[in-house]
Write a protein that binds this ligand. Structure first.
Ligand code: FE2
Length: 257
Protein backbone atom coordinates (compact mmCIF):
# COMPACT_ATOMS: atom_id res chain seq x y z
CA UNK A 1 0.00 0.00 0.00
CA UNK A 2 0.96 3.63 -0.47
CA UNK A 3 0.26 6.10 2.33
CA UNK A 4 0.32 9.71 1.15
CA UNK A 5 -0.39 11.55 4.41
CA UNK A 6 2.06 10.85 7.22
CA UNK A 7 3.50 13.02 10.02
CA UNK A 8 6.66 11.02 10.52
CA UNK A 9 9.53 13.53 10.38
CA UNK A 10 10.57 13.92 14.03
CA UNK A 11 10.22 17.23 15.82
CA UNK A 12 8.84 19.14 12.84
CA UNK A 13 5.17 19.25 13.77
CA UNK A 14 2.74 17.45 16.11
CA UNK A 15 3.68 14.06 14.61
CA UNK A 16 6.66 11.88 15.58
CA UNK A 17 8.54 13.41 18.53
CA UNK A 18 11.83 11.54 18.21
CA UNK A 19 13.78 9.66 15.55
CA UNK A 20 13.12 6.47 17.50
CA UNK A 21 9.36 7.08 17.39
CA UNK A 22 9.57 7.79 13.65
CA UNK A 23 11.39 4.49 13.04
CA UNK A 24 8.69 2.74 15.09
CA UNK A 25 5.99 4.33 12.92
CA UNK A 26 7.76 3.05 9.80
CA UNK A 27 7.97 -0.42 11.37
CA UNK A 28 4.24 -0.50 12.15
CA UNK A 29 3.40 0.72 8.64
CA UNK A 30 5.57 -1.99 7.07
CA UNK A 31 4.03 -4.69 9.28
CA UNK A 32 0.60 -3.56 8.10
CA UNK A 33 1.54 -3.90 4.44
CA UNK A 34 2.52 -0.35 3.51
CA UNK A 35 5.48 0.00 1.13
CA UNK A 36 5.78 3.75 0.65
CA UNK A 37 5.21 6.60 3.09
CA UNK A 38 4.91 10.19 1.91
CA UNK A 39 6.21 12.44 4.67
CA UNK A 40 3.80 15.38 4.90
CA UNK A 41 4.85 17.78 7.67
CA UNK A 42 2.68 20.86 8.14
CA UNK A 43 3.78 23.71 5.88
CA UNK A 44 3.31 26.28 8.62
CA UNK A 45 5.49 24.44 11.16
CA UNK A 46 8.23 23.72 8.63
CA UNK A 47 8.49 27.32 7.47
CA UNK A 48 8.01 29.02 10.84
CA UNK A 49 9.93 26.70 13.16
CA UNK A 50 12.33 24.98 10.79
CA UNK A 51 12.99 24.93 7.04
CA UNK A 52 12.38 22.83 3.95
CA UNK A 53 16.11 22.02 3.91
CA UNK A 54 15.91 20.71 7.47
CA UNK A 55 12.82 18.63 6.56
CA UNK A 56 14.71 17.08 3.64
CA UNK A 57 17.73 16.20 5.77
CA UNK A 58 15.45 14.62 8.39
CA UNK A 59 13.90 12.52 5.62
CA UNK A 60 17.38 11.36 4.50
CA UNK A 61 18.42 10.56 8.05
CA UNK A 62 15.19 8.66 8.75
CA UNK A 63 15.52 6.71 5.48
CA UNK A 64 19.00 5.63 6.59
CA UNK A 65 17.75 4.56 10.04
CA UNK A 66 14.85 2.64 8.49
CA UNK A 67 17.20 0.83 6.14
CA UNK A 68 19.61 -0.01 8.99
CA UNK A 69 16.67 -1.47 10.91
CA UNK A 70 15.77 -3.64 7.86
CA UNK A 71 12.32 -2.13 7.59
CA UNK A 72 11.05 -2.52 4.01
CA UNK A 73 9.66 1.01 3.60
CA UNK A 74 10.51 3.79 1.16
CA UNK A 75 10.12 7.36 2.39
CA UNK A 76 9.39 10.19 -0.02
CA UNK A 77 9.02 13.92 0.48
CA UNK A 78 5.79 15.85 0.49
CA UNK A 79 4.07 18.42 2.68
CA UNK A 80 0.64 19.16 4.09
CA UNK A 81 0.15 22.59 2.56
CA UNK A 82 -2.45 24.91 4.07
CA UNK A 83 -4.75 27.07 1.99
CA UNK A 84 -3.50 30.59 2.68
CA UNK A 85 -3.62 33.49 0.23
CA UNK A 86 0.16 33.24 -0.25
CA UNK A 87 0.05 29.51 -1.14
CA UNK A 88 0.74 29.97 -4.90
CA UNK A 89 3.72 32.20 -4.09
CA UNK A 90 4.94 29.67 -1.53
CA UNK A 91 4.88 26.92 -4.18
CA UNK A 92 6.89 29.22 -6.48
CA UNK A 93 9.44 29.90 -3.73
CA UNK A 94 9.75 26.21 -2.77
CA UNK A 95 8.28 26.80 0.69
CA UNK A 96 5.21 24.72 -0.15
CA UNK A 97 5.98 21.26 -1.55
CA UNK A 98 4.32 19.00 -4.08
CA UNK A 99 4.11 15.21 -3.71
CA UNK A 100 7.43 13.56 -4.55
CA UNK A 101 8.34 16.21 -7.13
CA UNK A 102 5.18 15.56 -9.18
CA UNK A 103 2.40 17.94 -10.24
CA UNK A 104 0.23 16.78 -7.29
CA UNK A 105 0.16 18.48 -3.87
CA UNK A 106 -1.55 17.57 -0.60
CA UNK A 107 -3.56 20.62 0.45
CA UNK A 108 -5.49 21.15 3.66
CA UNK A 109 -8.47 23.50 3.74
CA UNK A 110 -9.25 25.34 7.01
CA UNK A 111 -11.04 23.05 9.50
CA UNK A 112 -13.62 25.74 10.32
CA UNK A 113 -15.27 28.44 8.26
CA UNK A 114 -14.95 29.16 4.57
CA UNK A 115 -12.56 32.04 3.92
CA UNK A 116 -13.35 34.24 0.92
CA UNK A 117 -10.00 33.34 -0.68
CA UNK A 118 -10.50 29.55 -0.48
CA UNK A 119 -11.78 28.80 -3.98
CA UNK A 120 -9.65 31.44 -5.72
CA UNK A 121 -6.48 30.19 -4.04
CA UNK A 122 -7.17 26.59 -5.05
CA UNK A 123 -7.81 27.69 -8.64
CA UNK A 124 -4.64 29.80 -8.66
CA UNK A 125 -2.71 26.73 -7.56
CA UNK A 126 -4.30 24.80 -10.43
CA UNK A 127 -3.24 27.57 -12.81
CA UNK A 128 0.34 26.86 -11.70
CA UNK A 129 -0.13 23.35 -13.10
CA UNK A 130 -0.51 21.78 -9.66
CA UNK A 131 -3.30 19.28 -8.94
CA UNK A 132 -4.61 19.73 -5.37
CA UNK A 133 -5.20 16.53 -3.42
CA UNK A 134 -7.56 17.77 -0.72
CA UNK A 135 -6.65 16.42 2.72
CA UNK A 136 -9.45 14.75 4.72
CA UNK A 137 -12.40 16.77 3.33
CA UNK A 138 -14.67 14.72 5.62
CA UNK A 139 -13.25 16.63 8.59
CA UNK A 140 -13.54 20.07 7.01
CA UNK A 141 -16.58 22.09 8.10
CA UNK A 142 -17.34 23.84 4.79
CA UNK A 143 -17.44 20.46 3.03
CA UNK A 144 -19.50 18.86 5.79
CA UNK A 145 -22.01 21.69 5.37
CA UNK A 146 -21.98 21.66 1.57
CA UNK A 147 -20.81 18.46 -0.06
CA UNK A 148 -21.58 19.91 -3.49
CA UNK A 149 -18.56 22.18 -2.97
CA UNK A 150 -16.37 19.08 -2.99
CA UNK A 151 -18.23 17.78 -6.06
CA UNK A 152 -17.36 21.06 -7.85
CA UNK A 153 -13.71 20.85 -6.79
CA UNK A 154 -13.46 17.27 -8.04
CA UNK A 155 -15.19 18.15 -11.31
CA UNK A 156 -12.57 20.89 -11.72
CA UNK A 157 -9.82 18.30 -11.48
CA UNK A 158 -8.94 18.13 -7.80
CA UNK A 159 -8.60 14.87 -5.89
CA UNK A 160 -9.74 13.92 -2.41
CA UNK A 161 -7.89 12.04 0.35
CA UNK A 162 -9.95 10.47 3.12
CA UNK A 163 -8.39 9.36 6.39
CA UNK A 164 -8.61 5.68 7.36
CA UNK A 165 -9.61 6.60 10.94
CA UNK A 166 -12.59 8.60 9.66
CA UNK A 167 -14.00 5.47 8.07
CA UNK A 168 -13.52 3.42 11.23
CA UNK A 169 -15.19 5.91 13.57
CA UNK A 170 -12.10 7.41 15.25
CA UNK A 171 -13.41 10.91 14.62
CA UNK A 172 -16.99 10.18 15.68
CA UNK A 173 -20.04 8.67 14.04
CA UNK A 174 -21.03 11.82 12.11
CA UNK A 175 -17.64 11.94 10.39
CA UNK A 176 -17.82 8.19 9.81
CA UNK A 177 -21.21 8.37 8.08
CA UNK A 178 -20.13 11.37 6.03
CA UNK A 179 -16.94 9.58 4.91
CA UNK A 180 -18.98 6.54 3.89
CA UNK A 181 -21.19 8.86 1.86
CA UNK A 182 -18.15 10.41 0.13
CA UNK A 183 -16.92 6.94 -0.75
CA UNK A 184 -20.27 5.87 -2.19
CA UNK A 185 -20.40 9.05 -4.28
CA UNK A 186 -16.88 8.62 -5.75
CA UNK A 187 -15.65 11.59 -3.73
CA UNK A 188 -12.81 9.69 -2.07
CA UNK A 189 -9.85 8.95 -4.34
CA UNK A 190 -7.18 7.87 -1.91
CA UNK A 191 -7.14 6.73 1.70
CA UNK A 192 -4.22 7.67 3.96
CA UNK A 193 -3.44 7.26 7.64
CA UNK A 194 -2.60 10.89 8.59
CA UNK A 195 -0.57 9.10 11.24
CA UNK A 196 0.95 11.06 14.12
CA UNK A 197 1.97 8.19 16.47
CA UNK A 198 3.03 4.53 16.17
CA UNK A 199 -0.17 3.39 17.90
CA UNK A 200 -3.60 4.58 18.98
CA UNK A 201 -6.25 6.25 16.86
CA UNK A 202 -3.70 7.90 14.57
CA UNK A 203 -1.50 4.87 13.95
CA UNK A 204 0.07 4.17 10.54
CA UNK A 205 -2.14 1.12 9.90
CA UNK A 206 -4.46 1.32 6.90
CA UNK A 207 -5.83 -2.19 7.47
CA UNK A 208 -9.03 -1.41 9.41
CA UNK A 209 -9.81 1.41 7.00
CA UNK A 210 -9.27 -0.94 4.09
CA UNK A 211 -11.67 -3.50 5.58
CA UNK A 212 -14.30 -0.79 6.13
CA UNK A 213 -13.86 0.57 2.59
CA UNK A 214 -14.18 -2.93 1.15
CA UNK A 215 -17.47 -3.49 3.00
CA UNK A 216 -18.87 -0.20 1.73
CA UNK A 217 -17.59 0.01 -1.83
CA UNK A 218 -16.25 -3.44 -2.70
CA UNK A 219 -12.77 -4.80 -3.17
CA UNK A 220 -11.90 -3.03 -6.43
CA UNK A 221 -12.68 0.48 -5.17
CA UNK A 222 -11.01 -0.18 -1.81
CA UNK A 223 -7.82 -1.44 -3.44
CA UNK A 224 -7.70 1.62 -5.71
CA UNK A 225 -7.80 3.87 -2.61
CA UNK A 226 -4.55 2.47 -1.21
CA UNK A 227 -2.82 0.98 -4.26
CA UNK A 228 -3.50 2.05 -7.86
CA UNK A 229 -4.49 5.69 -7.29
CA UNK A 230 -1.80 6.71 -4.76
CA UNK A 231 0.78 4.82 -6.85
CA UNK A 232 -0.20 6.81 -9.95
CA UNK A 233 -0.03 10.07 -7.97
CA UNK A 234 3.45 9.26 -6.66
CA UNK A 235 4.63 8.65 -10.22
CA UNK A 236 2.94 11.84 -11.44
CA UNK A 237 0.67 9.95 -13.82
CA UNK A 238 -3.08 10.25 -14.19
CA UNK A 239 -5.11 7.81 -12.09
CA UNK A 240 -8.26 6.18 -13.45
CA UNK A 241 -11.18 7.84 -11.68
CA UNK A 242 -14.94 7.51 -11.65
CA UNK A 243 -16.90 10.81 -11.84
CA UNK A 244 -18.63 11.96 -8.65
CA UNK A 245 -22.31 11.38 -8.10
CA UNK A 246 -24.35 14.50 -7.32
CA UNK A 247 -26.87 14.43 -4.49
CA UNK A 248 -30.13 12.97 -5.70
CA UNK A 249 -32.56 15.72 -6.49
CA UNK A 250 -35.84 14.17 -5.48
CA UNK A 251 -38.94 14.91 -7.55
CA UNK A 252 -42.18 15.76 -5.78
CA UNK A 253 -43.55 12.25 -6.37
CA UNK A 254 -40.47 10.74 -4.70
CA UNK A 255 -40.98 12.65 -1.49
CA UNK A 256 -42.41 10.45 1.23
CA UNK A 257 -45.41 11.85 2.97
FE1 FE2 B 1 -2.20 15.81 8.52
Amino acid sequence: MYDLHVHILPGLDDGARTMQEAVEMARVAAECGTKVLLATPHMKDVNEESSVGQARSLLNELSKRVEEANIPITLVMGMENHVVPSLPAMFSRGEALVINGTKYALIEMPFFGKPAYLEQTLFDVQLQGIVPVLAHPERIECIQQDVELLVRFVERGMLSQITAGSLTGHFGSDVQRFTEDLLRRNLAHIMASDTHRPDGRRSPSLLDGLTAATEIAGNKVAQALVLETPKAILKGSKPKLTPPIHALKRRWWQIRR
